[in-house]
Structures are given as C-alpha cells and as structure tokens.
Design a protein around this ligand. Structure first.
Ligand code: ZN
Length: 274
C-alpha cells in the first residue's frame, strides 16, 4: 500500500492508496511515531509527504509553522524499514497537482492563504526549486516596510501586506472592529486605515503579478488558497491587470484560473515518486 500524507501547519491528513482521507490536528502528531506505527501495522510499500516547510532531498530543513527539528526522514525510513519515501514542500505539491491536470509549458501557482506562497513548474513537471530550495518564494519579495517581522527575518516582505495573515495583523494593529477580517469587509468599512490595508494588499498583488509575468512568463497562472477562494475579486483584478502588462500584444499564451482542488497538496503528494 502507498501512504500519502499532507502535513500542514494546522491539519495532518493521510490516505492509503485511494481510500478514505483521515484528518488530525498537526499539533497532535509526532511524525516519527506516526510512521513507525503505520509501517509496522500495514504493508506500506511507499510513503509520500507534502510538508508545510522547507525540504531538500528527503531532509526536513526548517518548519517554523510545524516546529519539527531538521532531520533526514527519507534516510530514516530507508534504513529502518527499507521503504522509499519522497517529501516535497506543500505548495510545490499543490503546484504539481495543478500542472498534472493541464497541458502547460510553464505553470505558476499563487497561493494566497494565511501566508503568501507559490510554485512554478517549468515543462515536464520540473519544479523550479533553486540552488537552496528557496526558488519561487514569492512571499519574501521586498515590498513596503511594516511594523511586523516576517518568519524570514525581514520587515518588508510581500507576505506582510498581501496575505490572510497580513490583513489580520494590520486590522489588529489599527484596532479595527470587524466581525470577520476579509478584504470585502475592510473595503465596506470605508475607514482610512481599513482602506490602506485593502489598497496595500492589492498593490502587493499587482507587484507580484507583473514581476511573475516579466520574470517567469507562464502560460498558466493558477490562484489558490483560502483568501483567494473567498475573494473572487482577486481573479477579476488580475484579469484587468493583464491588459496593462508589458508586451501584452505578444502574450498570446496566458490563462488565469482558480484552483479547482479542495486539497491540492495531498493530490500533489500522490504524484511524488511517479
Ligand atoms: Zn519574509
């Protein structure tokens, strides 16, 4: 049996082959214990993990949102059980899933959830990883200085203006009263600081969009993540921005679509090791 895992910051999901998906809180999981238990009880032939953190060649490098110490998980399972294991960053997994369902030359995913992440596939399902597995980390492109510190150490990352976490932080910073912190509610509040948060979000998105067009030139741009799913305006905004893009006349192959996956990361994990 093949064991597929999606280890997110909040939820831990797993599935055998095409069977039911089980969901736990990530905070309840010890990954080594979980693997030991599953592999000793079931005939596991392969493990694939989508992981909310930085990974490289089967090693967990860092995971500020999960908090696992770095270790070589691929080697651990290989040495102890002689079973192959593949692990990939969760947004990269989601990008693989998007690429699998489309005929595309270069596909980029913007993932706008609590954080701002993304991934790019350059033909033949090859992920843009970079020399240190930090390639395509859009969320840390410098933008406006903020009173916050990003997980990477800077205070001006795009993620601090253009993400679900950012609009929460800013709303708290300005002591704004909202039943639910969403872009629509910020806009409708019609208050100076709320408008500033709203405008900064879209200004950051505009920078990211045009940077991506000029730097990567994808034929598919997929928009995913909780914030993007709740705010249909985001896709509409980007569709208008295309008109204003450089070399717009030459940009014949370009499509923007919403992600159609409920859980692209787990779908992407299923594609690892193929
Ligand atoms: Zn950062």
């Amino acid at each position: 049996m093949r064991l597929y895992i999606d280890y997110g910051a909040t939820n831990f999901r797993y599935q055998y082959d095409n069977d039911e998906v089980f969901v736990f809180f990530s905070s309840e999981i010890d990954l080594k214990e979980f693997l030991d238990e599953q592999i000793s009880q079931n005939k596991v032939s392969f493990v694939a993990i989508s992981f909310a953190g930085q990974v490289a060649n089967g090693k967990i490098i860092s995971s500020p949102n999960i908090g696992i110490e770095p270790f070589d998980i691929k080697d651990y399972v290989k040495q102890k059980y002689n079973i192959p294991l593949e692990i990939e960053n969760d947004i990269n997994c989601a990008t693989l899933a998007e690429g699998f369902t489309r005929i595309s030359k270069v596909l980029t995913l913007f993932y706008i959830g609590t954080g701002l992440g993304g991934g790019t596939i350059l033909g033949d399902n090859t992920l843009l990883r970079g020399a240190n597995f930090l390639g395509g980390e859009f969320g840390h492109i410098p933008f406006k200085k903020t009173p916050f510190t990003c997980g990477c150490g800077r205070d001006d990352c795009l993620e601090l203006s253009t993400s679900g976490g950012a609009i929460l932080k800013w709303t708290k910073h300005f002591n704004l009263e909202l039943d639910e912190v969403t872009l629509t509610n910020l806009k409708e509040l019609d208050e100076k600081n709320a408008t500033l948060i709203y405008n900064n979000f879209y200004e950051g998105l505009r920078l990211l969009f045009h940077t991506t067009l000029n730097f990567i030139d994808p034929d598919y741009l997929i928009i995913g993540g909780g914030v993007a799913q709740d705010e249909t305006e985001i896709v509409e905004f980007l569709k208008k921005e295309i008109e204003k893009s450089s070399y717009n006349e030459s940009r014949k192959r370009f499509t923007i679509e919403m992600s159609s996956f409920e859980n692209g990361s787990l779908e992407g994990a299923r594609l690892l090791g193929n």
